[in-house]
Design a protein around this ligand. Structure first.
Ligand code: ADE
Length: 231
């Protein structure tokens, strides 16, 4: 298969790049795409940059220039669910924006106004199952499935954590997943978002993020590597 693996930051793609047998590097829209092979798949690995626009542009480029058959996002997130701890894995069942708000026009918060599609983008069932299967082989990791929220804010506020968890039933929060999901959905390309918890999006999030991004990135990457072997 031809599979895209996206991370937003250098730490999030580092481990995968070290494992990848890279045959070519290409720049498109100032984004570096590492073309290579892993576990008998053609893998296109890239660092999107942080935030929804970077993630959407990267995803569309992967679809237009590489015609990828599946998209896997790997990276870190802040926990919303109190059951999640640093290093735990969340496999996305769906992704939505927490920061889209046209409520003044009568649209529910978190929904894209005048959009003839769902605003909660469902991840591919087969990719979810393969991720769960891969995770079950990594006994030391705690894994759950859930809705992942995305927005252009780094959240470091316990009150917002409670609000977003209740309002949108999100398991964790990050800054790219729903934009990848959105672009993948519009192009009918299957996707899943894999995240590992780097912080709890509370008052200590900035400190924890710096301390635990490497560990959490590695955990997410282990799942993706195992997934690629099973696909
Ligand atoms: N990614 C990792 N931690 C995050 C947080 N607290 N808010 C947004 N994105 C994140």
């Amino acid at each position: 298969m031809k599979i895209a693996v996206i991370g937003a930051m250098e730490e999030e793609i580092k481990l995968m790049r070290e494992q990848l047998d890279i045959t070519n590097e290409r720049q498109l829209a100032k984004i570096t795409f590492y073309e290579g092979s892993y576990a008998d798949h053609e893998v296109i690995l890239c660092k999107s940059g942080v935030g929804k626009v970077n993630a959407a542009i990267t995803t569309q480029l992967l679809i237009d220039h590489y015609n990828v058959e599946a998209i896997i996002f790997t990276g870190v997130a802040g926990a919303l669910s109190p059951n999640l701890n640093i290093g735990d894995i969340v496999i996305s069942t769906s992704s939505m924006y927490h920061d889209i708000d046209a409520s003044a026009l009568g649209f529910a918060k978190g929904t894209i106004p005048m959009f003839d599609h769902p605003s909660d983008f469902r991840a591919d069932e087969k990719l979810i199952a393969i991720a769960a299967d891969a995770a079950s082989e990594l006994n030391e990791l705690t894994v759950s499935k859930g809705r992942i929220l995305s927005g252009d804010q780094f959240i470091a506020d316990g009150a917002l954590v409670k609000q977003y968890e209740q309002q949108f039933a999100g398991a964790c929060i990050e800054m790219e997943g729903a934009a990848v999901a959105h672009a993948a959905y519009l192009n009918d390309v299957p996707f899943v978002i894999i995240r590992s918890i780097s912080d709890k999006a509370n008052g200590e999030a900035n400190v924890n993020f710096v301390e635990f991004t490497k560990l959490a990135s590695e955990h997410s990457s282990y799942i993706v590597q195992k997934m690629l072997k099973k696909l």
